[in-house]
Design a protein around this ligand. Structure first.
Ligand code: NAP
Length: 454
């Protein structure tokens, strides 16, 4: 895949880059090792000072960086700036909490002193996707650097400007030279980096095939991995819920980020007593969404990321209809330049069909009707994925049952699934394993050393 920025709103190739040669990659890995030797010895206080500087740079340059994001992957400028600002919060969260998360934990034994110590392990490769091109990276980079590890970023090939900008932020923030570097390489060059003994671990956010490939190579190399993969999150609405709010949040959940979010509400599982009401309001709100220029403040939905992605989503909608689903609205491409798409709604998707099980990575909601919560949970769990879930009910028994029985890495009650630096984030089943953010995120690539002093 060529390493280039293409504006999804126009199709224009904005910038192209020569991929890094094997020699350049080797030099970057060597620099990462040298930076690790220095960074691991820095105090938490010193790391935090530089991480706060990174947060200040991010906040001060949010508009410039937001524009780059919009021009490279097509989300609305407002949401791009929001994403960038969230990165400053994430960086500050780890500046504030790393020392506590990584503090020695005393364990009483027959030793005079015994404890658990969290120690960094070295350079970690991060393979990242384009959909949240800054946040996905910073939520790896901030805990990695605060733990004393160094980072090598292989970003998606369509967001090289974002990738280089992030490298520059950590350089300007004053971390040791080489602490966080971008490798401009395609997916086929990842194996060579993973097999390098100097690289100690890997994290991948992206699709199932990419995750399986990285995990199997790391399995052979006996290296730890964290995988954040796809999702087809359930959004369950029961009769006791505030329907108006559920519709409005559901519209955001499905269509945020131009519908290209791993934790988007994708399957709307609605109780039969409120189905017609929910469907009518949801349809009206979907049709009211303004698709257009992502730089325009009035726009709700910008273009999809590229032509191939749009073709794939149109194909998924058509295949669902061929299998017996009903297209309630939208679900088609728009003429003209750019990769615009009308947000859509499918219903009556037959159980067992392709559309019933696969992730639609674009603004198409799937509606399902159920007669009780047991049925809703059974349908929600009948998915290869288990990332997030969102349940709308004011009945406490139903809330407890959903929290207990939904097979997902997160259950949000009367709220939209979202990532928050203070809470762990990740999935089960084909959505991956391991956790980012919170204490789990910083400990993911640490040696949990047992210390015993007789
Ligand atoms: P993708 O094709 O897997 O790309 C993600 C990254 O993996 C890119 O850097 C890509 O590089 C690289 N890659 C692709 N194939 C690879 C391989 N065989 N070996 C090593 N690296 C490889 O994913 P996508 O389709 O762009 O992203 C959308 C997917 O990511 C969706 O399924 C979405 O749900 C998921 N996602 C999950 C989370 C989460 O936190 N769970 C968050 C965001 C997105 P190139 O660009 O060079 O191909």
């Amino acid at each position: 895949m060529a390493i280039q920025s293409q504006n999804p709103a126009t199709g224009e190739i904005v910038k192209s880059y020569d991929p890094h040669t094997d020699k350049q990659v080797d030099e970057s890995i060597a620099k990462s090792v040298s930076a690790f030797r220095e960074l691991r010895l820095w105090s938490f206080e010193k790391r935090a000072k530089h991480m706060r500087r990174a947060a200040d740079i991010i906040r001060a340059e949010a508009e410039t960086l937001g524009e780059i994001v919009t021009l490279e992957m097509g989300k609305t400028l407002q949401s791009a700036i929001g994403e960038v600002k969230k990165c400053a919060i994430g960086a500050e969260y780890y500046a504030d909490t790393a020392a506590a998360h990584m503090a020695d934990e005393i364990v009483e034994t027959n030793a005079s002193r015994s404890y658990r110590a969290y120690q960094p392990i070295g350079p970690v490769l991060a393979v990242m996707p384009w959909n949240y091109p800054i946040w996905q990276v910073v939520r790896f980079a901030a805990p990695a650097l605060m733990a004393g590890n160094t980072g090598l970023l292989k970003h998606a090939s369509n967001v090289p400007q974002c990738a280089l900008y992030i490298e520059d932020i950590f350089r300007r923030a004053g971390f040791p030279d080489g602490s966080f570097q971008t490798l401009l390489i395609g997916g086929s060059k990842v194996e060579r980096v993973l097999r390098d003994d100097r690289v100690k671990a890997a994290t991948l956010t992206g699709s199932e095939p990419a995750g399986a490939s990285v995990a199997s190579i790391c399995g052979e190399e006996i290296k730890p991995t964290v995988l954040e993969l796809g999702g087809s999150d359930a959004f369950i609405v029961m009769p006791s819920a505030d329907i108006e709010k559920a519709v409005s949040v559901g519209i955001t959940a499905r269509n945020q980020n131009n519908g290209q979010s791993c934790i988007a509400g994708k399957r709307f599982i609605i109780h039969e007593d409120i189905y017609d009401d929910f469907r009518a309001r949801f349809k009206q709100a979907t049709e009211a969404l303004k698709t257009g220029d992502p730089m325009d403040e009035a726009t709700d939905i910008g273009p999809l990321v590229n032509a191939a992605s749009r073709e794939e989503i149109i194909g998924q909608v058509q295949s669902a209809v061929r299998d017996g689903a009903t297209l309630v609205t939208g679900g088609t491409g728009k003429d003209g330049p750019g990769y615009f798409f009308r947000p859509g709604i499918l219903e009556n998707i037959p159980k067992g069909s392709k559309a019933f099980h696969e992730e639609i990575f674009g603004p198409v909601a799937a509606l399902y009707k159920v007669s009780n919560l047991d049925e809703a949970i059974e349908l929600a769990n009948d998915s290869p994925f288990g990332l997030g879930s969102s349940v709308w009910t004011n009945d406490e028994n139903e809330q407890s049952q959903a929290i207990r029985d939904l097979e997902a890495g997160a259950t949000f009650i009367n709220a939209m699934t979202a990532s928050d630096p203070r809470l762990p984030f990740g999935g089960i089943k084909k959505s991956g394993y391991g956790r980012e953010l919170s204490a789990e995120g910083i400990r993911a690539f640490c040696n949990v050393k047992t210390v015993f002093v007789a």
